[in-house]
Structures are given as structure tokens and as C-alpha cells.
Design a binder for this molecule. Sequence first.
Ligand code: PEP
Length: 248
Amino acid sequence: MRTKIVAGNWKMNNDKKGTAALIGALQQNGNSTARVIIAPAFTHLAQSVALTADTFLEVAAQNMHQETSGAFTGEIAAPMLQSIGVRTVILGHSERRTYFNETDAALAEKVKTALDYDMEIIYCFGEVLEDRKANRHFEVVKEQLATALFSCSAQQWSKIILAYEPVWAIGTGETASPEQAQEMHAFIRQLIAEQYSATLAEEVSILYGGSVKPANAADLFQQTDVDGGLIGGAALKAEDFLAIAKAL
Ligand code: PEP
């Protein structure tokens, strides 16, 4: 049985006080049988781990460097995250790809390091609008997954959560229709079945991300191959994020 997951990517939002307030509001009003993960800014990860201990909330980092130490000014390494109790990391977010030039090849290195350090990965990928318009979206997604993930062993896949995030739907208010999401998720599962096995493909959680809101979450999550969501804007309001988690 694959796991249902809702993950909130807070991006570069919330200071120390705001982080505590949002975690407090989530704890006060929520509980969930699904996994509920939040990804605050690096500076508030330790605080978030402490505040969420023994609650239904889990904490993830938004990124990490592929090297484990050294002269990489401004970067954060897997052992640093682990040393403060962060065991999950988001990799490959489209904003990292667009604004920080992260390529599939660099992401393959990050994936390797994260897995070497026994971290769980939420791996983001998805096509840009031009690819979708040119009907190249399946090809692009296949390439992204093949480069970064298909050299992982079947065993390592127990640490990988996929997040299909069509770039044209992130932060734009434009959502993939439930049918478009299901079509791509089924394609991804088929790719994993071909590359590994049908059993493994059935076990991988595939989240959808891109303007998920309380109003559209249930329709998306009802799709057979959609196992939850990676949420951006709506994760910054406790009420909205909890309503999305409840829709699972
Ligand atoms: C995201 O940044 O991963 C995301 C899905 O953002 P939004 O929900 O705001 O589109």
C-alpha cells in the first residue's frame, strides 16, 4: 500500500515568529492519518523539528547541496540536516531549476548523496508550458526521471517520493485538470514498472503539485494514481493546508 502524503513547501516565507505561529495553528486545528510534511526555511528547521516532535507534523528541508562539506559558501549539506533531525529533503523544485540553474545531472548527484545519508527525497519534476503545448510533456518527464532517478536501486526507491509539478501550474493559479494529472501519474507509474517492476511502481507515492487549493484538492486526490500533493501558496495558511490534507 502506498502512503498518502501532503507536503507544504513554505519557500522563502515566515520568520522565526511566523514559523512558530503557523506550526502552532496547524497543531491546534489538525490531525491526519496521512503523512503531513512541512518544509520551512533552513534557518527555522531546528526550531520546527523541536516544535513538531511527537505531533502529526514532519519536517523537510527545501534543498541541500550534493557535497557533504567544504568550500561551498551559503550551502547546506545532508549531514547538517541530519544532525538537527531533518530526514526528508525536497530536491529538484522548478524554482531551483529555473533560478539556480539546477540541472538533472546535478540533481542526480544530490539524489545520490541524500540516499547515501539515508535521507528521504521528495523529487520534483515536470514540464514547462512550451513542452506541454508541443506535446513533449511525456518525453520531458521521462528524461528528467531517467537522468536523476533510474540509476537508483529498487531498494533505494523506498526513500523516494515523486512530485509531478507541471511548471506552468506552479504559483500561477492554473491547475492541471484531474484528468491531466491522472494521465501523467499513470504514465510515470508505467515508466517505473518498465524500469523496475509493477510491484515497485505500485508502492511509489506520486504527489501532484501546482496551485492545489482546498477547492480543487479532492478532485485531484481522487485520481487513482495521485497519492497526495506538494503545496506551495496554500501551505502558508493553516486553514487551507489542513483542508487540503483532509481532502486526501
Ligand atoms: C510548489 O511550489 O511546489 C507549488 C506547488 O506551488 P503552488 O501550490 O503555489 O502552485
